[in-house]
Ligand binder design. Structure first.
Ligand SMILES: [Zn+2]
Ligand SMILES: [Zn+2]
Length: 360
């Protein structure tokens, strides 16, 4: 069948909207007609680096309606509403212990089926798909069943795509990794979609105090509207001193979403004894010199992938939270028509839009 997709042929943020031929769903695959797809920083980063092969269709926060299923898919049917998320092997020690985000054997950036074959073809040959099990900057996407999550039909499908990556990462950091308990405290460094999702999740967990740190006043304002008790503008001077002015022993949890070395060190320095520092992306060079003496007090440093989420369990839970009114992540979203993908990328980079969502 023919689809329209944003094809990245060079290392720029300027894809071309092209008509491609898409194969029928194979065994274990699901064909989704996309309603809307969120833009994540990983899309932007992948577009300008060699992390994935070219030409490629990116996009990994898709939501839509099942159009067809391949052989062996018995628990989804045409018409079901779904959120697309990452996939996993099902067999490695992480998958066996229900932590598929840490799958040993899945490469979200390989952009072919596991057997190396392509299901997208353009005028001049194959186009890479399967980016995070979806390549959803397109009208249609193919995903393997285990990463395609059925959601309730009364939820607004056009905002649900970001639950498949950014929002489950921020909320999962708090609920699945930190396992925050009532009365505990959190500081979030970087109040973008991940950080703000963490703020909302901390409120659900019964946090005593939540601190948001950012440079942009508009994001800090939004953080307080979404449940942060304190907003700190990181405009010079160590933030950890201002955290300790508010909570003298420091916070139980600090989450970095900036991947900026000095901010990460500031976050670690904000921790109380026994506190945990979580980060969702490495620094630009992949390294950071961390002082070890504070870690002697049982402070911990953990890397977090996809919020350690089990998408088929966690995404429906987040949808329920939203429908109950306690997880208003729609406040982060601004819609763009699919053809305005470059403007959505631009606004995401500028920070003027927290979570752009392309409507197909
Ligand atoms: Zn695995
Ligand atoms: Zn992402």
């Amino acid at each position: 069948m023919e689809i329209r997709a944003a094809v990245f042929r060079d290392n720029s943020l300027k894809p071309s909207i092209e008509t491609l031929e898409m194969s029928e769903p194979g065994a274990g695959e699901v064909l989704v007609k996309l309603t809307a797809t969120g833009v994540c920083h990983t899309d932007l980063k992948t577009a300008v680096t060699d992390r994935s092969p070219r030409p490629v269709v990116l996009g990994h926060e898709g939501a839509g309606v099942v159009e067809a299923v391949g052989a062996g898919v018995t628990d989804l049917e045409p018409g079901d509403h779904v959120v697309m998320s990452f996939t996993w092997c099902g067999d490695c020690p992480s998958c066996q212990s229900a932590r598929p985000a840490y799958c040993y054997d899945t490469d979200h950036f390989a952009c072919t089926r596991p057997d190396g074959s392509h299901y997208l073809h353009g005028a001049d040959g194959p186009v890479h798909g399967d980016f995070f099990n979806q390549s959803s900057f397109a009208t249609h996407a193919l995903g393997r069943r285990r990463g395609v999550v059925k959601v309730r039909k009364d939820a607004p499908l056009n905002i649900l795509g970001p639950l498949g990556c950014g929002i489950q990462t921020g909320a999962g950091a708090v609920l699945n990794v930190f396992r925050m308990k009532p009365g505990q405290t959190l500081a979030v460094f970087g109040a973008g979609s991940l950080g703000l999702s963490a703020v909302m999740a901390a409120r659900i967990a019964g946090a005593a105090q939540v601190i948001a740190v950012d440079l942009h006043p508009n994001r800090l304002q939004l953080s307080t509207e979404l449940g942060a008790d304190h907003a700190i503008r990181a405009d010079g001077g160590p933030v950890h001193e201002r955290v300790r002015d508010l909570i003298p022993h420091g916070v139980d949890f600090a989450l970095d979403t900036t991947a900026v070395g000095p901010a990460m060190l500031d976050a670690i320095a904000s921790l109380a004894p026994h506190g945990t520092f979580g980060f969702v992306a490495p620094t630009e060079g992949g390294e950071l010199t961390v002082p070890l003496r504070p870690l002697m007090m049982n402070r911990k440093v953990v890397g977090i992938m996809e919020g350690n989420s089990n998408p088929n369990v966690f995404i429906p839970q987040l949808v329920d939270f939203h429908m109950q009114g306690v997880f208003p992540f729609d406040r982060l979203v601004r819609f763009y028509p699919f053809d305005d993908i470059e403007r959505a990328f631009h606004d995401s980079e500028e920070g003027t839009t927290v979570k752009p969502v392309l409507e197909m």
